[in-house]
Design a protein around this ligand. Sequence first.
Ligand code: NDP
Length: 448
Amino acid sequence: MAITNEYIKNLLCEVKERNPGESEFHQAVEEVLECLEPVIEKHPEYINAGVLANLVEPDRIIKFRVPWVDDSGTVRVNRGYRIQFNNAIGPYKGGLRFHPSVNESIIKFLGFEQIFKNSLTGLPLGGAKGGSDFDPKGKSDGEIMRFCQSFMTELCKYIGADVDVPAGDIGVGAREIGYMFGQYKRIRGEFTGVLTGKGITYGGSLARKEATGFGLCYFTDEMLHEAGKTFDGARVVISGSGNVAIYAAQKAIELGATVVAMSDSDGYAYDENGIDLELVKNIKEIRRERISEYTSERDEATYRVGSKNIWTVPCDIALPCATQNELDLGGARALVGNGCFAVAEGANMPTTPDAIAYLMANGVLFAPAKAANAGGVATSGLEMAQNSMRYSWSFDEVDSKLHEIVKNIYKSCSDAARVYGKEGDLVMGANIAGFLKVAEAMRSQGAV
Ligand code: NDP
Protein backbone atom coordinates (compact mmCIF):
# COMPACT_ATOMS: atom_id res chain seq x y z
CA MET A 1 0.00 0.00 0.00
CA ALA A 2 1.62 3.26 -1.11
CA ILE A 3 1.12 6.49 0.84
CA THR A 4 -0.41 9.26 -1.28
CA ASN A 5 -1.18 11.98 1.28
CA GLU A 6 1.60 14.58 1.10
CA TYR A 7 1.57 15.44 4.81
CA ILE A 8 1.86 11.79 5.82
CA LYS A 9 4.55 11.11 3.22
CA ASN A 10 6.65 14.01 4.55
CA LEU A 11 6.08 13.01 8.15
CA LEU A 12 7.30 9.48 7.46
CA CYS A 13 10.43 10.85 5.72
CA GLU A 14 11.06 13.06 8.73
CA VAL A 15 10.71 10.11 11.12
CA LYS A 16 13.25 8.14 9.08
CA GLU A 17 15.69 11.05 9.00
CA ARG A 18 15.38 11.84 12.69
CA ASN A 19 15.75 8.22 13.75
CA PRO A 20 18.46 6.89 11.41
CA GLY A 21 19.04 3.13 11.31
CA GLU A 22 16.00 2.37 13.47
CA SER A 23 14.39 -0.06 11.04
CA GLU A 24 11.90 -1.62 13.49
CA PHE A 25 10.65 1.81 14.55
CA HIS A 26 10.33 2.92 10.91
CA GLN A 27 8.37 -0.26 10.12
CA ALA A 28 5.92 0.30 12.98
CA VAL A 29 5.36 3.98 12.16
CA GLU A 30 4.95 3.29 8.45
CA GLU A 31 2.19 0.75 9.05
CA VAL A 32 0.28 3.10 11.33
CA LEU A 33 0.64 6.16 9.08
CA GLU A 34 -0.47 4.19 6.01
CA CYS A 35 -3.61 3.09 7.81
CA LEU A 36 -4.35 6.61 9.06
CA GLU A 37 -4.47 8.17 5.60
CA PRO A 38 -8.28 8.04 5.29
CA VAL A 39 -8.65 9.36 8.85
CA ILE A 40 -6.47 12.36 8.13
CA GLU A 41 -8.35 13.06 4.90
CA LYS A 42 -11.58 13.09 6.91
CA HIS A 43 -10.11 14.96 9.93
CA PRO A 44 -7.53 17.47 8.67
CA GLU A 45 -7.87 19.24 12.02
CA TYR A 46 -5.52 16.59 13.49
CA ILE A 47 -2.73 17.93 11.28
CA ASN A 48 -3.08 21.51 12.53
CA ALA A 49 -3.32 20.32 16.10
CA GLY A 50 0.03 18.57 15.60
CA VAL A 51 -1.41 15.24 16.71
CA LEU A 52 0.50 13.03 14.28
CA ALA A 53 3.76 14.94 14.57
CA ASN A 54 3.59 14.64 18.36
CA LEU A 55 2.59 10.98 18.28
CA VAL A 56 5.70 9.83 16.41
CA GLU A 57 8.05 11.53 18.88
CA PRO A 58 8.32 9.93 22.35
CA ASP A 59 7.60 12.17 25.34
CA ARG A 60 11.00 11.14 26.68
CA ILE A 61 13.74 8.54 26.23
CA ILE A 62 15.47 7.41 29.39
CA LYS A 63 18.71 5.51 28.85
CA PHE A 64 20.95 4.35 31.65
CA ARG A 65 23.90 2.22 32.74
CA VAL A 66 23.14 -1.00 34.61
CA PRO A 67 26.20 -2.34 36.46
CA TRP A 68 25.93 -5.70 38.24
CA VAL A 69 28.24 -8.35 39.66
CA ASP A 70 28.26 -11.87 38.18
CA ASP A 71 28.85 -15.05 40.17
CA SER A 72 32.60 -14.92 39.60
CA GLY A 73 32.77 -11.45 41.18
CA THR A 74 33.30 -9.63 37.89
CA VAL A 75 31.48 -6.35 37.31
CA ARG A 76 29.36 -6.44 34.15
CA VAL A 77 27.65 -3.47 32.51
CA ASN A 78 24.45 -3.44 30.46
CA ARG A 79 22.32 -0.66 29.08
CA GLY A 80 18.79 0.04 30.31
CA TYR A 81 15.95 1.90 28.61
CA ARG A 82 12.54 3.30 29.38
CA ILE A 83 10.81 5.10 26.56
CA GLN A 84 7.72 6.97 27.74
CA PHE A 85 5.88 7.54 24.51
CA ASN A 86 2.51 9.06 25.20
CA ASN A 87 0.34 9.58 28.28
CA ALA A 88 -2.64 11.36 26.71
CA ILE A 89 -5.16 8.83 28.00
CA GLY A 90 -3.50 7.47 31.15
CA PRO A 91 -0.23 6.74 32.95
CA TYR A 92 2.51 5.24 30.79
CA LYS A 93 2.18 1.47 30.58
CA GLY A 94 4.16 -1.21 28.75
CA GLY A 95 6.52 -4.08 29.38
CA LEU A 96 10.22 -4.45 30.05
CA ARG A 97 12.21 -6.71 27.72
CA PHE A 98 15.52 -8.33 28.71
CA HIS A 99 17.16 -9.75 25.59
CA PRO A 100 20.59 -9.25 23.96
CA SER A 101 18.93 -7.82 20.83
CA VAL A 102 17.37 -4.90 22.73
CA ASN A 103 18.27 -1.47 21.35
CA GLU A 104 16.62 1.93 21.03
CA SER A 105 14.84 1.07 17.79
CA ILE A 106 13.21 -2.04 19.24
CA ILE A 107 12.08 -0.30 22.43
CA LYS A 108 10.79 2.64 20.39
CA PHE A 109 8.74 0.45 18.05
CA LEU A 110 7.28 -1.43 21.00
CA GLY A 111 6.47 1.80 22.88
CA PHE A 112 4.86 3.34 19.80
CA GLU A 113 2.64 0.29 19.18
CA GLN A 114 1.72 0.23 22.85
CA ILE A 115 -0.04 3.61 22.54
CA PHE A 116 -2.64 2.22 20.14
CA LYS A 117 -2.91 -1.17 21.80
CA ASN A 118 -3.57 0.36 25.20
CA SER A 119 -6.13 2.69 23.71
CA LEU A 120 -7.96 -0.28 22.16
CA THR A 121 -8.42 -1.89 25.57
CA GLY A 122 -10.79 0.93 26.54
CA LEU A 123 -8.82 1.39 29.78
CA PRO A 124 -6.99 4.58 30.80
CA LEU A 125 -3.44 3.51 29.85
CA GLY A 126 -0.74 5.47 28.03
CA GLY A 127 2.06 3.88 25.99
CA ALA A 128 5.66 3.07 27.00
CA LYS A 129 8.22 0.28 26.80
CA GLY A 130 11.60 -0.47 28.34
CA GLY A 131 14.21 -3.09 28.87
CA SER A 132 17.85 -3.95 28.60
CA ASP A 133 20.32 -5.79 26.38
CA PHE A 134 20.94 -8.12 29.35
CA ASP A 135 20.61 -11.80 28.45
CA PRO A 136 18.90 -13.76 31.25
CA LYS A 137 19.63 -17.08 29.52
CA GLY A 138 22.10 -19.20 31.47
CA LYS A 139 22.30 -16.76 34.39
CA SER A 140 21.97 -17.96 37.98
CA ASP A 141 19.13 -16.81 40.20
CA GLY A 142 21.56 -14.60 42.13
CA GLU A 143 22.77 -12.93 38.95
CA ILE A 144 19.21 -12.28 37.80
CA MET A 145 18.39 -10.77 41.19
CA ARG A 146 21.44 -8.48 41.25
CA PHE A 147 20.77 -7.34 37.69
CA CYS A 148 17.09 -6.62 38.41
CA GLN A 149 17.99 -4.69 41.57
CA SER A 150 20.53 -2.56 39.73
CA PHE A 151 18.09 -1.95 36.86
CA MET A 152 15.38 -0.81 39.28
CA THR A 153 17.79 1.36 41.31
CA GLU A 154 17.86 3.68 38.30
CA LEU A 155 14.40 3.05 36.83
CA CYS A 156 12.61 3.82 40.11
CA LYS A 157 13.31 7.53 39.62
CA TYR A 158 11.02 7.66 36.62
CA ILE A 159 8.06 5.39 37.42
CA GLY A 160 5.14 5.29 39.87
CA ALA A 161 1.62 3.93 40.19
CA ASP A 162 0.15 7.11 38.63
CA VAL A 163 3.14 7.90 36.42
CA ASP A 164 4.42 4.82 34.61
CA VAL A 165 3.66 1.19 35.40
CA PRO A 166 6.00 -1.32 33.70
CA ALA A 167 5.23 -5.04 33.25
CA GLY A 168 6.97 -8.10 31.79
CA ASP A 169 7.87 -8.98 28.22
CA ILE A 170 10.50 -11.25 26.64
CA GLY A 171 12.91 -12.39 29.37
CA VAL A 172 10.91 -10.73 32.14
CA GLY A 173 8.46 -12.96 33.99
CA ALA A 174 7.20 -13.25 37.56
CA ARG A 175 10.70 -13.87 38.97
CA GLU A 176 12.19 -10.70 37.48
CA ILE A 177 9.12 -8.59 38.34
CA GLY A 178 9.41 -9.84 41.94
CA TYR A 179 13.05 -8.79 42.28
CA MET A 180 12.32 -5.39 40.73
CA PHE A 181 9.26 -4.83 42.91
CA GLY A 182 11.29 -5.67 46.02
CA GLN A 183 13.96 -3.17 45.07
CA TYR A 184 11.43 -0.42 44.29
CA LYS A 185 9.79 -0.98 47.67
CA ARG A 186 13.14 -0.92 49.46
CA ILE A 187 14.25 2.35 47.84
CA ARG A 188 10.95 4.23 47.85
CA GLY A 189 9.56 2.81 51.07
CA GLU A 190 6.11 2.41 49.61
CA PHE A 191 3.97 -0.56 48.64
CA THR A 192 2.14 0.52 45.49
CA GLY A 193 1.07 -1.08 42.26
CA VAL A 194 4.09 0.25 40.40
CA LEU A 195 4.57 -2.93 38.37
CA THR A 196 2.10 -5.45 36.96
CA GLY A 197 2.63 -9.17 36.50
CA LYS A 198 3.39 -9.39 40.22
CA GLY A 199 3.14 -12.64 42.19
CA ILE A 200 -0.29 -13.46 43.57
CA THR A 201 0.92 -13.18 47.19
CA TYR A 202 1.89 -9.51 46.85
CA GLY A 203 -0.67 -7.79 44.65
CA GLY A 204 -0.62 -9.70 41.38
CA SER A 205 -3.84 -10.48 39.56
CA LEU A 206 -5.14 -13.95 38.98
CA ALA A 207 -5.24 -14.71 35.24
CA ARG A 208 -2.55 -12.11 34.38
CA LYS A 209 -0.08 -14.88 33.54
CA GLU A 210 -2.59 -16.46 31.17
CA ALA A 211 -4.05 -13.22 29.82
CA THR A 212 -2.04 -12.50 26.66
CA GLY A 213 -2.34 -16.05 25.33
CA PHE A 214 -5.98 -16.44 26.36
CA GLY A 215 -6.80 -13.00 24.95
CA LEU A 216 -5.13 -13.92 21.66
CA CYS A 217 -7.39 -16.96 21.34
CA TYR A 218 -10.50 -15.00 22.36
CA PHE A 219 -9.72 -12.46 19.64
CA THR A 220 -8.97 -15.16 17.07
CA ASP A 221 -12.17 -16.94 18.00
CA GLU A 222 -14.21 -13.78 17.26
CA MET A 223 -12.47 -13.41 13.91
CA LEU A 224 -12.97 -17.09 13.02
CA HIS A 225 -16.60 -16.99 14.12
CA GLU A 226 -17.38 -14.08 11.81
CA ALA A 227 -15.88 -16.09 8.92
CA GLY A 228 -17.86 -19.21 9.82
CA LYS A 229 -14.77 -21.04 11.12
CA THR A 230 -13.67 -22.32 14.51
CA PHE A 231 -10.73 -23.56 16.58
CA ASP A 232 -12.58 -26.83 17.06
CA GLY A 233 -10.78 -29.55 15.12
CA ALA A 234 -8.16 -27.14 13.75
CA ARG A 235 -4.42 -27.89 13.62
CA VAL A 236 -2.51 -25.00 15.18
CA VAL A 237 1.17 -24.05 14.96
CA ILE A 238 2.52 -21.71 17.65
CA SER A 239 5.97 -20.16 17.55
CA GLY A 240 7.76 -19.53 20.82
CA SER A 241 7.34 -21.42 24.06
CA GLY A 242 7.31 -18.53 26.50
CA ASN A 243 4.50 -16.89 28.42
CA VAL A 244 2.34 -15.91 25.45
CA ALA A 245 2.87 -19.13 23.47
CA ILE A 246 2.15 -21.48 26.39
CA TYR A 247 -1.16 -19.89 27.38
CA ALA A 248 -2.25 -19.43 23.77
CA ALA A 249 -1.67 -23.18 23.39
CA GLN A 250 -3.67 -23.90 26.54
CA LYS A 251 -6.69 -21.91 25.38
CA ALA A 252 -6.50 -23.21 21.79
CA ILE A 253 -6.55 -26.78 23.15
CA GLU A 254 -9.47 -25.91 25.44
CA LEU A 255 -11.31 -24.61 22.38
CA GLY A 256 -10.87 -27.95 20.64
CA ALA A 257 -7.73 -27.39 18.56
CA THR A 258 -4.68 -29.63 18.27
CA VAL A 259 -1.40 -27.73 18.72
CA VAL A 260 1.15 -29.61 16.62
CA ALA A 261 4.31 -27.50 16.91
CA MET A 262 6.02 -25.03 19.27
CA SER A 263 9.50 -23.47 19.13
CA ASP A 264 12.22 -21.42 20.77
CA SER A 265 14.97 -19.39 19.14
CA ASP A 266 16.96 -22.54 18.28
CA GLY A 267 14.32 -24.74 16.64
CA TYR A 268 10.91 -26.34 16.92
CA ALA A 269 9.29 -29.48 18.25
CA TYR A 270 6.66 -31.20 16.12
CA ASP A 271 4.18 -33.59 17.65
CA GLU A 272 1.64 -34.89 15.13
CA ASN A 273 -0.84 -36.06 17.79
CA GLY A 274 -0.77 -32.83 19.74
CA ILE A 275 1.85 -31.13 21.91
CA ASP A 276 1.88 -32.29 25.53
CA LEU A 277 1.50 -28.85 27.14
CA GLU A 278 2.26 -30.01 30.68
CA LEU A 279 5.61 -31.26 29.41
CA VAL A 280 6.31 -27.92 27.68
CA LYS A 281 5.42 -26.04 30.89
CA ASN A 282 7.72 -28.29 32.86
CA ILE A 283 10.61 -27.78 30.44
CA LYS A 284 10.19 -24.02 30.00
CA GLU A 285 8.62 -22.68 33.21
CA ILE A 286 10.16 -24.96 35.81
CA ARG A 287 13.38 -26.40 34.41
CA ARG A 288 14.09 -23.37 32.16
CA GLU A 289 15.48 -25.65 29.44
CA ARG A 290 15.30 -25.71 25.64
CA ILE A 291 12.36 -26.96 23.56
CA SER A 292 14.72 -29.60 22.07
CA GLU A 293 14.30 -31.44 25.41
CA TYR A 294 10.69 -32.17 24.41
CA THR A 295 11.66 -34.99 22.04
CA SER A 296 13.76 -36.76 24.64
CA GLU A 297 10.55 -37.38 26.57
CA ARG A 298 8.10 -37.92 23.69
CA ASP A 299 9.29 -40.65 21.29
CA GLU A 300 6.79 -39.83 18.58
CA ALA A 301 7.82 -36.13 18.42
CA THR A 302 10.57 -34.69 16.23
CA TYR A 303 12.84 -31.68 16.71
CA ARG A 304 14.13 -29.51 13.85
CA VAL A 305 16.83 -26.88 14.11
CA GLY A 306 15.89 -23.40 12.83
CA SER A 307 12.92 -21.66 14.42
CA LYS A 308 11.67 -20.00 11.20
CA ASN A 309 11.06 -23.41 9.60
CA ILE A 310 8.11 -23.88 11.92
CA TRP A 311 5.88 -22.20 9.30
CA THR A 312 6.47 -25.14 6.93
CA VAL A 313 4.48 -27.38 9.30
CA PRO A 314 1.00 -27.81 7.75
CA CYS A 315 -1.68 -26.13 9.84
CA ASP A 316 -5.05 -24.38 9.71
CA ILE A 317 -4.19 -21.60 12.15
CA ALA A 318 -0.77 -20.05 12.86
CA LEU A 319 -0.07 -18.05 16.02
CA PRO A 320 3.32 -16.31 15.93
CA CYS A 321 4.10 -15.76 19.63
CA ALA A 322 7.89 -15.30 19.79
CA THR A 323 9.32 -12.04 18.47
CA GLN A 324 9.28 -9.30 15.80
CA ASN A 325 9.65 -10.19 12.10
CA GLU A 326 9.74 -13.93 12.75
CA LEU A 327 7.17 -14.65 10.03
CA ASP A 328 8.49 -13.42 6.68
CA LEU A 329 7.33 -13.79 3.09
CA GLY A 330 8.83 -17.28 2.82
CA GLY A 331 6.92 -18.35 5.91
CA ALA A 332 3.70 -16.77 4.63
CA ARG A 333 4.06 -18.61 1.31
CA ALA A 334 4.56 -21.90 3.11
CA LEU A 335 1.48 -21.31 5.28
CA VAL A 336 -0.72 -20.41 2.30
CA GLY A 337 0.65 -23.36 0.31
CA ASN A 338 -0.37 -25.70 3.12
CA GLY A 339 -3.91 -24.32 3.36
CA CYS A 340 -3.60 -22.20 6.53
CA PHE A 341 -6.74 -20.04 6.85
CA ALA A 342 -5.90 -17.75 9.80
CA VAL A 343 -2.86 -16.02 11.29
CA ALA A 344 -3.15 -14.17 14.60
CA GLU A 345 -0.21 -12.30 16.13
CA GLY A 346 0.57 -13.04 19.78
CA ALA A 347 4.03 -11.46 19.58
CA ASN A 348 4.51 -7.79 18.73
CA MET A 349 5.00 -7.14 14.98
CA PRO A 350 5.95 -10.77 14.26
CA THR A 351 4.85 -10.63 10.61
CA THR A 352 6.84 -8.63 8.06
CA PRO A 353 4.83 -6.14 5.94
CA ASP A 354 5.27 -8.18 2.73
CA ALA A 355 4.14 -11.32 4.54
CA ILE A 356 1.00 -9.53 5.85
CA ALA A 357 0.21 -8.30 2.35
CA TYR A 358 0.69 -11.82 0.92
CA LEU A 359 -1.47 -13.47 3.56
CA MET A 360 -4.30 -10.97 3.14
CA ALA A 361 -4.11 -11.10 -0.66
CA ASN A 362 -4.53 -14.87 -0.40
CA GLY A 363 -7.64 -14.65 1.74
CA VAL A 364 -6.00 -15.62 5.05
CA LEU A 365 -7.81 -14.09 8.04
CA PHE A 366 -5.26 -11.85 9.76
CA ALA A 367 -5.36 -10.56 13.36
CA PRO A 368 -2.77 -7.84 14.07
CA ALA A 369 -0.81 -7.82 17.34
CA LYS A 370 -2.04 -4.41 18.52
CA ALA A 371 -5.49 -5.83 18.87
CA ALA A 372 -4.93 -9.57 19.15
CA ASN A 373 -2.44 -9.52 22.03
CA ALA A 374 -3.96 -6.56 23.90
CA GLY A 375 -5.53 -8.91 26.46
CA GLY A 376 -2.23 -8.94 28.35
CA VAL A 377 -2.04 -5.23 28.96
CA ALA A 378 -5.80 -5.08 29.54
CA THR A 379 -5.38 -7.53 32.40
CA SER A 380 -2.46 -5.49 33.68
CA GLY A 381 -4.96 -2.63 33.74
CA LEU A 382 -7.25 -4.86 35.81
CA GLU A 383 -4.32 -5.61 38.14
CA MET A 384 -3.84 -1.84 38.61
CA ALA A 385 -7.55 -1.45 39.36
CA GLN A 386 -7.43 -4.22 41.98
CA ASN A 387 -4.30 -2.68 43.56
CA SER A 388 -6.02 0.71 43.80
CA MET A 389 -9.07 -0.87 45.41
CA ARG A 390 -6.93 -2.98 47.78
CA TYR A 391 -9.00 -5.90 46.60
CA SER A 392 -8.68 -8.94 44.38
CA TRP A 393 -11.04 -10.64 42.01
CA SER A 394 -11.29 -14.39 41.45
CA PHE A 395 -9.71 -16.05 38.40
CA ASP A 396 -13.11 -16.39 36.74
CA GLU A 397 -14.00 -12.75 37.38
CA VAL A 398 -10.78 -11.53 35.78
CA ASP A 399 -11.05 -14.00 32.92
CA SER A 400 -14.59 -12.97 32.12
CA LYS A 401 -13.64 -9.25 32.21
CA LEU A 402 -10.73 -10.08 29.89
CA HIS A 403 -13.03 -11.95 27.51
CA GLU A 404 -15.47 -9.03 27.43
CA ILE A 405 -12.68 -6.51 26.80
CA VAL A 406 -11.27 -8.60 23.94
CA LYS A 407 -14.71 -8.97 22.34
CA ASN A 408 -15.05 -5.17 22.49
CA ILE A 409 -11.60 -4.73 20.94
CA TYR A 410 -12.59 -7.01 18.08
CA LYS A 411 -15.81 -5.06 17.56
CA SER A 412 -14.01 -1.67 17.61
CA CYS A 413 -11.50 -2.86 15.00
CA SER A 414 -14.09 -4.47 12.80
CA ASP A 415 -16.40 -1.41 13.02
CA ALA A 416 -13.58 1.06 12.28
CA ALA A 417 -12.53 -0.95 9.23
CA ARG A 418 -16.10 -0.93 7.95
CA VAL A 419 -16.63 2.81 8.57
CA TYR A 420 -13.45 3.62 6.64
CA GLY A 421 -14.40 1.39 3.70
CA LYS A 422 -12.06 -1.53 4.40
CA GLU A 423 -14.41 -4.16 5.79
CA GLY A 424 -12.56 -7.15 7.23
CA ASP A 425 -9.17 -5.39 7.29
CA LEU A 426 -8.33 -5.64 10.98
CA VAL A 427 -4.89 -4.06 10.54
CA MET A 428 -6.57 -0.91 9.30
CA GLY A 429 -9.34 -1.18 11.90
CA ALA A 430 -6.96 -1.63 14.85
CA ASN A 431 -4.78 1.31 13.89
CA ILE A 432 -7.72 3.62 13.26
CA ALA A 433 -9.72 2.67 16.36
CA GLY A 434 -6.62 2.87 18.57
CA PHE A 435 -5.64 6.24 17.12
CA LEU A 436 -8.97 8.05 17.32
CA LYS A 437 -9.27 7.99 21.10
CA VAL A 438 -5.67 9.12 21.65
CA ALA A 439 -5.97 11.81 18.98
CA GLU A 440 -9.12 13.23 20.55
CA ALA A 441 -7.47 13.26 23.99
CA MET A 442 -4.35 14.98 22.65
CA ARG A 443 -6.39 17.61 20.84
CA SER A 444 -8.54 18.30 23.89
CA GLN A 445 -5.49 18.68 26.09
CA GLY A 446 -3.64 20.93 23.63
CA ALA A 447 -1.01 19.00 21.75
CA VAL A 448 1.76 21.56 22.18
P1 NDP B 1 9.04 -15.00 26.85
O1 NDP B 1 10.39 -14.52 27.18
O2 NDP B 1 8.21 -15.66 27.89
O3 NDP B 1 9.12 -16.01 25.61
C1 NDP B 1 9.68 -15.62 24.40
C2 NDP B 1 9.69 -16.80 23.47
O4 NDP B 1 10.05 -16.35 22.16
C3 NDP B 1 10.71 -17.86 23.86
O5 NDP B 1 10.30 -19.11 23.44
C4 NDP B 1 11.94 -17.40 23.06
O6 NDP B 1 12.87 -18.43 22.79
C5 NDP B 1 11.30 -16.94 21.78
N1 NDP B 1 12.16 -15.90 21.15
C6 NDP B 1 12.60 -14.77 21.73
N2 NDP B 1 13.39 -14.09 20.88
C7 NDP B 1 13.44 -14.83 19.77
C8 NDP B 1 14.10 -14.69 18.52
N3 NDP B 1 14.89 -13.62 18.26
N4 NDP B 1 13.91 -15.64 17.57
C9 NDP B 1 13.11 -16.72 17.83
N5 NDP B 1 12.47 -16.92 19.00
C10 NDP B 1 12.63 -16.00 19.94
O7 NDP B 1 8.28 -13.74 26.22
P2 NDP B 1 6.71 -13.51 26.04
O8 NDP B 1 6.04 -14.80 25.74
O9 NDP B 1 6.25 -12.69 27.17
O10 NDP B 1 6.70 -12.57 24.76
C11 NDP B 1 6.61 -13.09 23.43
C12 NDP B 1 6.11 -12.01 22.49
O11 NDP B 1 4.82 -11.56 22.92
C13 NDP B 1 6.97 -10.75 22.42
O12 NDP B 1 6.91 -10.21 21.13
C14 NDP B 1 6.27 -9.80 23.39
O13 NDP B 1 6.55 -8.45 23.10
C15 NDP B 1 4.82 -10.15 23.09
N6 NDP B 1 3.87 -9.78 24.14
C16 NDP B 1 3.99 -10.26 25.41
C17 NDP B 1 3.05 -9.93 26.36
C18 NDP B 1 3.08 -10.51 27.73
O14 NDP B 1 2.11 -10.29 28.47
N7 NDP B 1 4.10 -11.26 28.12
C19 NDP B 1 1.94 -9.00 26.06
C20 NDP B 1 1.85 -8.63 24.67
C21 NDP B 1 2.82 -8.99 23.78
P3 NDP B 1 14.30 -18.43 23.54
O15 NDP B 1 14.01 -18.93 24.91
O16 NDP B 1 15.14 -19.35 22.72
O17 NDP B 1 14.80 -17.02 23.51
